[in-house]
Design a protein around this ligand. Structure first.
Ligand code: NAD
Length: 502
C-alpha cells in the first residue's frame, strides 16, 4: 500500500464517528445540537460531504457564554500550578492525537500533510509555552512614591470569545486559546464554518486532559449569526479574532455597545524585497516557500515580490522553473506540495485573478490554470510585468499566487513596499547591513525578517499594523490582552490630605 493509500485508510477510520454523529457543539462539557439546524462541511479534495455540523445560533452562543461565565471564578482561582498541569496535559493530548488532527485538517481544508503534521505539533507547543508562564502571569510591579507604596497586579479579564478562520485552523486556535486559558480566562470558541473538524478534536482533548466543563466551549456556526452574537454578548469581555480585514472592522462595530476589548489579526499583502547584493539562492528558496507553502493561504505569505531590475530577469527565470516544478496533488500524499483551495467560493475568488492579471496588462509567467474538476486545485501561479498599482499587487488573493514587480532604487522599493493598505509582515534580502537597518526602520509592518523566511519564535510579538490588525500575540503580549492590570496604592504614613469644606 502506498503512503497515500495508508493515510486515506487512517483518515476513514478517524472520520467514521463524525459521519455517524456529525459535529456537535460543546457547551459546559455537554454535547449540544445547534438551534440553527445543521450545515455540512465539504472536502475540497473531491467536493464530498464530510459530515453534518450543528449550526449554532444566538441562543447557542448565549448558552455557551453563560457556561463560560459560570466556570470563570473557579478557573480563575484554581492554583496556578494545577492550571499549569492541566494545560501541559492538553499539550500531551495534542501530541498523542497529532496524526488524527493533521489528517482531519487536511481533508477539511485542503492543506497538505507535509505542513499540517507540523502545524498540529505547533499547537501542542503553544499550550506548553503558555503553560510554562502560568505561575508568573499575575506578577506585578512595586512602584514606590514618597507617600505611597504602589503595587500592580494582573488578573484574567473574564470569559472571552475566540473567532478563527479556516487556514491552519487548529494551530491558529491554540495560539489564542492557550494563552487565554493560561491567563485564567474561560473561552467560547467559534471556529470557521469551513473547517469545524479540528476544533471539535481540541475541545475533546482539553476535557480529557482535565479542563473543567465550561472552561472551553465550542459553538459552530456562521459569522453573521453565531459569530455576531459572540461579539455582542455582554458576558464576553474580549474578542480575539483572526480573519479578514473587513470582518475585523465589522466585529469592531458589533462589539462597540458592550465596549469589547478587541484583538484583530487580519489580512496582508506582504512584500519580499530582493536587492541585487543578496544571497540570491537563499532568497529564491525563501520567496518560493513564503508564497507557495500552506497553499498560499497564509496571512504572512510574501505575495508581492519586489525584485531589483539588475537581477530581475535571471531571478524570475529561476522562479518560473521552480514554480512549474511544484507538485500539486492529494493533500494526504507526503510528496504533495500544494493541495486544493479550501472552498468553491475561495477557488472562484483566487482563479478570478487570472483574468484580472491579464486585463491589467501583467504576464502569467507560470500557472494561471485550474487542475481537473474533481476538487478545487490550481497550478501555483506567478504574475510578472506587474506594477504596484494593479489589483494583483494591492488585493489579498490568499492563494499560491505571486506578483513580481521590478524596482530600480532603494527609495522606490520602500515606497512600493509601503504603498498598500496592509502592514503585517515584510521580508528583506540584502547583504548590506546599513541598508537593512535603514530599510526595516521605514518599512510599515508589524513583523520583518531580514535574510530569512518567517521563522516564529513564540516569545516575540506577532501582529500587524494598518489594515493588518490591532494588538500583538506572543510572550507576555498575549497576557496583556487576556488580563487586566490593577493598581493598588497603600499610604505609608500620614501624608497631607487636602481638606475641603473644613
Ligand atoms: P473571515 O473574516 O471570513 O472569517 C473569519 C471568522 O470570522 C470565521 O469564523 C467567520 O465565521 C467569522 N465571522 C465572519 N463574519 C463575522 C461577523 N460579522 N461577526 C463575527 N464573526 C464573523 O476570514 P477567513 O476567510 O476565514 O480567513 C482568511 C483571512 O484571515 C485572510 O484575510 C487572512 O489574511 C486572515 N488571517 C490573518 C492572520 C493573522 O495573523 N493576521 C492569520 C490567519 C488568517
Amino acid at each position: 500500500m502506498s503512503a497515500l493509500e495508508q493515510n486515506i485508510e487512517k483518515l476513514q477510520g478517524y472520520l467514521a464517528r463524525f459521519k455517524e454523529t456529525g459535529i456537535r457543539n460543546r457547551v459546559a462539557g455537554q454535547d449540544r445540537g445547534g438551534n440553527g439546524g445543521v450545515f455540512q462541511t465539504i472536502s475540497p479534495v473531491d467536493k464530498s460531504v464530510i459530515c453534518d455540523v450543528a449550526r449554532g445560533d444566538a441562543s447557542d452562543v448565549d448558552a455557551a457564554a453563560m457556561a463560560a461565565a459560570e466556570a470563570f471564578p473557579a478557573w480563575r482561582d484554581m492554583p496556578a500550578l494545577k492550571r499549569k498541569k492541566i494545560l501541559l496535559r492538553v499539550a500531551d493530548g495534542i501530541e498523542a492525537r497529532a496524526e488524527e488532527i493533521a489528517l482531519c485538517e487536511c481533508w477539511d481544508t485542503g492543506q497538505t500533510l507535509r505542513f499540517m503534521s507540523k502545524a498540529a505539533l505547533r499547537g501542542a507547543e503553544n499550550f506548553r509555552y503558555f503553560a510554562d508562564q502560568v505561575v508568573q502571569a499575575r506578577d506585578g510591579q512595586h512602584l514606590q512614591s514618597p507617600t505611597l507604596m504602589n503595587i500592580t497586579t494582573r488578573g484574567p479579564i473574564g470569559p472571552v470569545g475566540v473567532i478563527t478562520p479556516w487556514n491552519t485552523p487548529f494551530m491558529l486556535s491554540t495560539w489564542k486559546i492557550a494563552p487565554a486559558l493560561a491567563a485564567g480566562c474561560t473561552v467560547v470558541h467559534k471556529p470557521a464554518e469551513d473547517s469545524p473538524l479540528s476544533a471539535r478534536l481540541l475541545v475533546e482533548i482539553a476535557e480529557e486532559a482535565g479542563l473543567p466543563p465550561g472552561v472551553l466551549n465550542t459553538v459552530n456556526g456562521y459569522g453573521h449569526d453565531a459569530g455576531k452574537r459572540l461579539t455582542e454578548h455582554p458576558a464576553i469581555k474580549a474578542i480575539a479574532f483572526v480573519g479578514e480585514s473587513r470582518t475585523g472592522s465589522m466585529i469592531t462595530k458589533q462589539g462597540a455597545d458592550t465596549l469589547k476589548r478587541m484583538h484583530l489579526e487580519l489580512g496582508g499583502k506582504n512584500p519580499v524585497i530582493v536587492f541585487d547584493d543578496a544571497d540570491l539562492d537563499r532568497a529564491l528558496d525563501a520567496v518560493i516557500f513564503m508564497i507557495y507553502s500552506i497553499n498560499g493561504e497564509r496571512c504572512t505569505s510574501s505575495s508581492r515580490l519586489l525584485v531589483q531590475d539588475t537581477i530581475r530577469e535571471e531571478f524570475e527565470a529561476k522562479l518560473v522553473e521552480r514554480v512549474n516544478n511544484i507538485k500539486v496533488g492529494h493533500p494526504l500524499d507526503p510528496a504533495t506540495e500544494i493541495g486544493p483551495l479550501v472552498t468553491e467560493e475561495h477557488y472562484n475568488k483566487v482563479t478570478s485573478y487570472f483574468d484580472i492579471a491579464k486585463e491589467d496588462g501583467a504576464t502569467i509567467a507560470a500557472g494561471g490554470v485550474k487542475v481537473g474538476d474533481e476538487g478545487f486545485f490550481i497550478r501555483p501561479t506567478l504574475f510578472t510585468n506587474a506594477s504596484n498599482k494593479m489589483r494583483i499587487a494591492q488585493e489579498e488573493i490568499f492563494g499560491p499566487v505571486l506578483t513580481s514587480i521590478a524596482f530600480t532604487t532603494e527609495v522606490e522599493a520602500l515606497e512600493m513596499a509601503n504603498d498598500t493598505q496592509y502592514g503585517l509582515t515584510g521580508y528583506v534580502w540584502t547583504n548590506d547591513l546599513t541598508r537593512a537597518l535603514r530599510f526595516t526602520n521605514k518599512l510599515e509592518a508589524g513583523m520583518i525578517w531580514v535574510n530569512s523566511e518567517n521563522v516564529r519564535h513564540l516569545p516575540t510579538p506577532f501582529g500587524g499594523v494598518k489594515a493588518s490588525g490591532i494588538g500583538r500575540d506572543g510572550g507576555d503580549w498575549s497576557f496583556e490582552f487576556y488580563m487586566e492590570q490593577k493598581h493598588i496604592g497603600f499610604a505609608t504614613g500620614q501624608h497631607k490630605i487636602m481638606r475641603l469644606g473644613a
